[in-house]
Design a binder for this molecule. Structure first.
Ligand code: FES
Ligand SMILES: [Fe+2]
Length: 399
């Protein structure tokens, strides 16, 4: 793996050790541009193949004004379409998840579509002029299944998910992700603040010893964040082999049984792989957790995820997984509190910007990626109202 250095990352920020200026965490025009340029144009994780195991099973995902449905075809293929009827634009499926049997039937006037998106039938077809059915299928959305994880991309092109994670491939392949099944219900946290403020907590492990005493007890000082030259990140911590202060953590370590399919090197380690803008996959010996942070609009963001695990009916494994969820629930609650406090601080009249340590290189690396897409965030002050997008275009032309 080709890791970069903190020195190199900080040399690219344009403002040394300072983070993004405070205004970038509270600007509606910037948020709009982030949705258009970042979220709609990058891969967006929607679930796992085991979430839609049968033909006709579907899962919906809205993002800004776009709506997608991911559906399993009769041929076993997973496809994604705009959840948009070709008649008058209704959603063709209305529930978040479900099964539409042999056809997708629009709930408005009943146009129906095959599971591969092709137009199947139109009620009272004779009342329409001659229609070339092949031109009226559901509109496709880019879709990629990577190790059983389903991603969609509404616009743009660029590297596939597999290409993005090429350097993680060898490690991720160890975990048999595609064979996993959902463990527990999906979860989400909603925030009335900017998505970047939420994400920053996830981009660094500097806060782990103080902010997450239980997690720190799990890893000791072995926890480390690394950034690869390609931009993806890898953080990891080895499970301690000496006594813990937290009974829950000690229980997890003591109960965790060996996993026959994992090599010795991966039996006692948690690894977090992440990619821009806000996707994270946590590889743990007993299960994986996948989640992402994204914007729902101005001052509205969400962190949403789910856990998946291989079938394993050993009692010890079941107990371990329960301990795992408890540990991560505590970590999540701690992060929520810290995210809110730092966001409140950024609204203060005296806040200038963050001062970042080598241990926060993940924040700087993320912000560098953001600066490349939206150079307007390099400005110390926000552009005049109504001018942010044009200012960004102007700055792009100077890159
Ligand atoms: S909008 Fe779908 S059938 Fe009319
Ligand atoms: Fe945290």
């Amino acid at each position: 793996m080709n890791f970069t250095t903190a020195e190199k990352i900080f040399s690219q920020t344009g403002n040394g050790r300072n983070g993004l200026p405070a205004w970038t965490f509270n600007n509606e025009e910037l948020n709009q541009l982030e949705i258009e340029r970042i979220f709609l144009r990058n891969w967006f994780w929607v679930g796992h193949v085991s979430d839609i195991p049968n033909p006709g099973d579907y899962k919906c995902q809205d993002l800004a004004n776009e709506r997608a449905v991911v559906i399993k075809g009769e041929d076993g293929e997973v496809r994604a379409f705009h959840n948009l009827c070709r008649h008058r634009g209704s959603r063709v499926v209305g529930e978040e998840t479900g099964n539409c049997k042999k056809a997708i039937v629009c709930p408005f006037h009943g146009w129906s579509y095959h599971l591969d998106g092709g137009l199947r039938s139109i009620p009272h077809a004779k009342t329409f002029p001659d229609i070339d059915k092949s031109q009226y299928g559901l509109k496709p959305v880019d879709c990629e299944v990577w190790h059983g994880l389903i991603f969609i991309r509404f616009q743009g092109d660029g590297a596939s998910v597999a290409e993005t994670f090429a350097e993680a491939e060898e490690e991720i392949s160890l975990y048999n992700l595609a064979d996993m099944k959902p463990y527990d219900e999906p979860w989400h946290y909603d925030f009335d603040l900017d998505w970047k403020a939420v994400l920053d907590i996830d981009n660094e492990g500097y806060h782990v010893p103080i902010g997450h005493p239980g997690l720190f007890d799990l890893f000791g000082s072995s926890y480390q964040d690394q950034v690869l030259e390609s931009g993806i990140k890898r953080s990891h911590g080895y499970l301690k082999d000496y006594p813990c202060k937290t009974p829950l953590v000690q229980n997890y370590i003591d109960t965790l049984p060996a996993q026959s399919y994992l090599p010795e090197s991966h039996q006692r380690i948690w690894i977090y792989w992440s990619a821009f803008p806000g996707f994270v996959i946590t590889l743990m010996p007993d299960m994986i957790e996948v989640y992402q942070t994204y914007s729902l609009g101005y001052q509205k963001s969400i962190m949403a995820g789910a856990c998946y695990a291989l079938a394993d009916d050993r009692v010890a494994m079941q107990k371990t997984r329960e301990f795992n969820r408890e540990i991560n629930q505590v970590v999540g609650d701690e992060d929520i509190k810290l995210v809110k406090w730092s966001d409140q601080g950024m609204r203060s009249s005296v806040y200038e910007s963050a001062l970042l340590s080598d241990l926060e290189l993940g924040i700087a690396a993320f912000q560098n990626q953001l600066r490349r897409v939206l150079p307007v965030v390099t400005l110390a002050q926000p552009p005049e109202a109504g001018k942010l997008a044009s200012k960004n275009t102007e700055l792009e032309s100077t890159l």
